[in-house]
Design a protein around this ligand. Structure first.
Ligand code: FMN
Length: 238
């Protein structure tokens, strides 16, 4: 199989704790950043700054930030859940419910209720890692005529993918943590890392090596024919 395609198919999310005693070699980190450097961005604006955090105390401070989960998140997250591998295989989109704390599998979950108290994992203890990347951008510097900086944000997605592919190709595990962009969390991270107030966190990720080898979990995708249309929307004859 084509090497690039294999790499793309094998890129994956690693959500378990990483070994904090196993640092990432400087040359590997630089290769990940080099992959980021060559990201395509709208108007080649290169609309990002990356903060590499490998200081134990800083990682601990970030790890101690409370990451509140919202009822909206739980309700909308629920829509993407499958409750068995068979269901996930059939749907071909979404994720297995077993990845989440049990109370998140209840769409009627209420904060400050017995649901939350009965499940301490709702507070989401932060999985350990030797390195974290915090990617920030300036929302005031939008790509030309791009409403809501849609093109700038797409560009940040390209950056994420470039670095993710590079990390996995080096055998380094990678975990995106969108919860670090939530307003209250972002504010604390910006304080800890001295990030200027006008910048926003685009995404944050953990890098490292898993402590235990995870069991194989099902990863699904739609078939090409499910999302491809030939010449006219709805034509499925490619
Ligand atoms: C924009 C974006 C945000 C994501 N946020 C999270 C996140 O907060 N936590 C997480 O565990 N995975 C997150 N992911 C990873 C996706 O859940 C994951 O890519 C998807 O389920 C497919 O699994 P795979 O990466 O193993 O192929 C995010 C991915 C993207 C592209």
């Amino acid at each position: 199989m084509n090497e690039l395609l294999k790499l793309i198919q094998e890129r994956h999310s690693s959500r378990m704790p990483f070994d904090t005693k196993h640092p990432i070699a400087k040359q590997d980190l630089l290769q990940i950043l080099e992959a980021g450097r060559w990201t395509p961005t709208a108007h080649n604006m290169q609309n990002f700054e990356i903060i590499v955090v490998d200081d134990e105390k800083l990682l601990e401070s970030i790890g101690n930030i409370k990451r509140p989960v919202s009822e909206t998140f739980i309700r909308e997250n629920y829509q993407q859940l499958s409750f068995s591998e068979e269901e996930l295989r059939r749907k071909k989109i979404g994720i297995l419910a077993s990845m989440f704390p049990s109370s998140w599998r209840n769409p009627d979950f209420r904060l400050d209720s017995k649901d939350e108290k009965a499940d301490p994992s709702v507070q989401r203890p932060f999985p350990a890692c030797p390195v974290m990347l915090i990617v920030v951008y300036d929302p005031a510097k939008r790509a030309p005529a791009s409403e809501g900086d849609f093109l700038g944000i797409l560009s940040l997605g390209c950056l994420m993918e470039n670095m993710w592919l590079m990390a996995n190709s080096l055998g380094i595990d990678f975990h995106i943590m969108s919860s670090l962009s939530a307003d209250s969390v972002e504010k604390e991270i910006k304080n800890i890392l001295h990030i200027p107030g006008n910048l926003k966190i685009a995404f944050s990720c953990r890098l490292g090596y898993l402590i235990t080898t995870p069991g194989k979990h099902l990863r699904v995708r739609r078939d090409i024919s499910d999302f491809t249309n030939h010449n006219k929307f709805g034509n499925k004859d490619l």
